[in-house]
Design a protein around this ligand. Structure first.
Ligand SMILES: [Zn+2]
Length: 418
């Protein structure tokens, strides 16, 4: 397939990135680690979701990594360190939000605009909720790639950012996205493979497939051909990159399975589809499929409280089924698409199906293990200095996961409660 044809089909986002000369320029994944040693003193530390809390602990972060964790009596505080008093607070590993979008108007100035408004919005949307790593499930690479570069350079304070390139089915422009947005709607597996290669070539970290697109209440869902999905999956997996998918109904979930997609970006409540089938659960297990529940999202897009309650009952049940089946659950909220940045409701809804420790795992150890980030997800010596200081104990009340006092990435404070 000629490049020319791919570019014509792949729409505004890819074209804009190409015109900026971003294609082929690999984005450095470096981090502006803080030069100053940081010490968190006196808090209660959960080294991992299944660990007992270590009270009155000291965590030392130097050169961007955790250099010591232990009791106050055992750990020496370096004389030149910046010390944060964490008495009465709880320290956990930095959070991952595995479903966000950098699509709001503010990010249009990501390439050249002043840093302060970008940092301010990053705080409002992400870092004040504890996120030190995020997966962007679809945005304009011409905004998102420069944004990531400026965050990694330390100009804009923000999380570690992974980016996906999106592929839609033919006639699959979702009803909830602006009609004027040109999206790559693909019918041909060869074009799908080419587009996946183009995305990965410009420095994106994986692929997002709309295995089903919502076209409106009264219209049938448009599902992606399995061959189109599989062609992109094969390209991504050959390069060791993950594929996420948005399924809209049972067929879209079956396409996830048939094509070998790694991560479902949502639960999939739909008419006549209130639970995953036993066949689907068996395939999730054998293929290692992960799930991002996005339970609170559905309460923001459906405004009739009776209908919302019914949908929530279905999505909570799908999460429960998935978790009891042994599947990997990853925290994610679809923020950027939804404007509800507060994570409290998501924690409350997840807690209907999961324990407090399981919810903490979806934010920390689960994504770190699933995405092979060997130095993330735990508060242990040698791990990245990505930490969240909470005002309350999340094991006592899951909503305390949203009460963030400090967010620290690579030893640098990227959010501090005023
Ligand atoms: Zn999304």
């Amino acid at each position: 397939m000629e490049n020319r044809k791919v570019l014509r089909l792949s729409g505004n986002w890819l074209r804009a990135a190409l015109s900026l000369g971003l294609l082929g320029s690999a984005v450095a994944s470096g981090t502006a680690a803080s030069a100053q040693t940081l010490v968190l003193r006196g808090g209660s530390v959960y080294a991992s979701p299944d660990a007992a809390p270590l009270p009155d602990a000291v965590v030392v972060v130097s050169g961007g990594a955790i250099s010591a964790v232990g009791s106050a009596s055992d750990v020496q505080i370096p004389p030149d360190a910046r010390v944060i008093d964490c008495a009465g607070k709880t320290v956990v590993a930095g959070f991952w939000n595995s479903h966000v979008h950098f699509t709001e108007a503010v990010w249009k100035s990501a390439a050249n605009g002043p840093a302060a408004p970008l940092t301010a919005h990053m705080q409002e949307m992400l870092t004040r909720w504890g996120f030190t790593t995020v997966w962007d499930l679809g945005s304009n690479p011409a905004d998102a790639l420069p944004l990531r570069r400026r965050v990694n350079a330390g100009e804009v304070l923000g999380p570690n950012i992974f980016l996906l390139g999106s592929i839609f089915p033919k006639d699959g422009h979702p009803a909830y996205l602006p009609a004027e947005l040109k999206l790559p709607e693909i019918a041909d597996p060869d074009v799908s493979a080419q587009l996946a290669r183009s995305y990965l070539g410009m420095g994106l970290d994986g692929i997002k497939l709309f295995t089903g697109s919502f076209k409106g209440e009264d219209k049938p869902v448009v599902n992606m051909d399995v061959a189109v999905a599989k062609a992109a999956v094969d390209v991504a997996h050959a390069q060791g990159k993950p594929v996420f998918a948005h399924p809209q109904n049972k067929t879209g979930v079956d396409t996830v399975i048939a094509a070998g997609v790694d991560v479902m970006a949502h639960t999939a409540p739909g008419p006549g589809y209130t639970q995953y089938t036993s066949e689907q659960l068996a395939r999730f297990k054998s293929q290692g499929t992960a799930l991002i529940p996005t339970l609170s999202l559905f309460t923001t897009v459906v405004l009739d409280p009776g209908v919302t309650a019914q949908i929530t009952a279905v999505t909570v049940n799908q999460l429960r089924q998935f978790a009891e089946n042994g599947g990997v659950v990853l925290f994610g909220t679809d923020i950027g698409f939804t404007k509800v940045y507060d994570t409290t409701l998501e924690y409350e809804l997840m807690h209907r199906a999961l324990s407090e420790r399981q919810v903490l795992a979806t934010l920390t150890t689960n994504p770190a293990q699933y995405f092979k980030a060997a130095k993330k997800g735990r508060v242990e010596r040698g791990f990245d200095g990505d930490l969240v200081v909470l005002d309350g104990d999340p094991m006592a009340d899951v909503r305390n996961l949203a009460k963030v006092a400090y967010t620290i990435r690579a030893g640098q404070i990227i959010y501090q409660k005023p």
